[in-house]
Design a protein around this ligand. Structure first.
Ligand code: SF4
Ligand code: SF4
Length: 397
């Protein structure tokens, strides 16, 4: 198969409460994952399980050790668990502290509704990077609701202020869904109004256990229009300090660098998921019984990641539509996320829209690079030129 497993590039996503959540968002892909996989047991990770996971992870000698805490809603595990978890990280690192001067990075994804001064003080003290899930203004955020149906927008926006007050590093994670897909300019305005410098956007994906398309999947054209118009708005705003992960990744590819987003890579490696009971899965969109790779209580993570099951999961080009091999966008698409392939199809259902996005964005990027028309003296052009120089100086990264 020829895939070299980059064990030292692996990061882990840890699920301290499985899929347990205080919200009931209608598009959530993880909803119920814990129920069908874990038979309804109370899904709370123990410190013993975390210590095993952490130790086995550090045994991989990761280049940049990073733990991504995610749910469900990880704050439901309580702040004391995370205080102890950080102590465990310190113990596990032990003598390696000199090698990993910055210690282990902790990334924490939350809906923000449970954040308070205690949580934010803890994040600041321990250097956590927080990802806040919010899809735009209150209208765009309507998919995100409490169990009794109440919308969560006010709580999420309140936590932006709290995080800022405590000086916590944070970004936002937004799902592109039917509630915001028709208003990319409004979405961008939301970023500006709330002084959000870093954001990640992902398209709604089908729930775990379903095939690559469901009632929350976006229309091909509407998603393409959203991305093209978001790129336009970003370029016209002329502020390179606003970072949106999908746009950053397209720029990286244009400069010959490796994309950061898993969907743009030739294989599905990089962030294995460890569930509350120690079960290991290849990624958190694939927490299904048939893709369970093992458990940190039974074996070591390095062996699990070298297993035939994991290796064959990784290579998403193994079964790929012939059209992809002849496609000029293969270097950034590789058939798209397998979770977005319809039954019996071997490329993403977003294929025709993706082609439009790539064509549009790369054409416009070239206009900016060349300084055509209004871009001649733009900040964006200066930014692109600087990135290009940097890529020429450091071509490998
Ligand atoms: S299945 Fe999709 S989400 Fe999971 S690693 Fe592959 S590309 Fe990423
Ligand atoms: S754009 Fe379509 S044909 Fe091209 S690599 Fe992606 S899925 Fe395949």
């Amino acid at each position: 198969m020829g895939i070299k497993i980059p064990l030292d590039a692996t990061q882990i996503m840890v699920k301290p409460v499985g899929s347990l959540c205080n919200l009931d968002c209608d598009y959530c892909y993880y909803k119920g994952a814990g129920v069908h996989v874990f038979d309804g047991q109370m899904s709370m990770m123990s410190l013993e399980t975390f210590e095993k996971a952490c130790k086995q992870y550090m045994d991989l000698s990761p280049n940049v050790p990073a733990i991504h805490w995610q749910g469900g809603e990880p704050t439901l595990r309580g702040v004391d668990f995370f205080r102890d978890a950080v102590d465990i990280e310190g113990r596990v690192l032990g003598k390696q502290f000199r090698i990993y001067e910055r210690g282990i990075e902790n990334h924490f994804q939350t809906n923000g509704t449970m954040l308070n001064d205690e949580w934010c003080g803890f994040f600041r003290e321990k250097g956590f990077l927080v990802g806040l899930s919010v899809d735009g203004n209150s209208d765009m955020n309507r998919a995100r609701v409490f169990r009794e149906g109440r919308e969560v927008y006010e709580g999420s926006i309140r936590s932006v202020g709290l995080l800022r007050k405590h000086g916590v590093d944070f970004n936002i994670l937004s799902v592109v869904s039917k509630y915001n897909v028709s208003d990319s300019a409004g979405f961008f305005k939301f970023l500006l109004d709330n002084r959000i410098q870093y954001s990640q956007i992902i398209s709604a994906k089908p729930k775990i256990g379903r095939s690559g398309f469901d009632e929350h999947s976006l229309g091909v054209e509407e998603y393409a229009d959203f991305m093209k118009s978001l790129f336009d708005t970003w370029v016209e705003d002329d502020n390179p300090e606003i970072h949106i992960n999908t746009i950053d990744d397209l720029l990286r590819v244009a400069l010959g660098r490796t994309p950061m987003i898993c969907e743009s890579r030739p294989y599905c490696a990089g962030q294995v998921t460890i569930e509350w009971n120690g079960d290991v899965y290849p990624c958190d969109h694939n927490v299904t019984e048939d893709l369970r790779l093992g458990n940190v209580h039974d074996g070591c993570l390095a062996d699990i990641l070298r297993s035939d099951k994991y290796v064959s999961f990784l290579d998403r080009t193994a079964a790929l539509d012939e059209e992809c091999f002849n496609c000029s966008w293969m270097r950034i698409c590789f058939g798209g996320c397998p979770r977005q392939r319809k039954d019996g199809e071997e490329k993403t259902y977003l294929c025709s829209g993706n082609k439009k996005i790539f064509e549009y964005v790369f054409t416009k990027m070239n206009e900016v690079f060349r300084g055509e028309g209004r871009f001649r003296d733009s900040r964006m052009r200066g930014f692109f030129v600087e990135l290009k120089r940097d890529a020429e100086r450091n071509p490998v990264e």
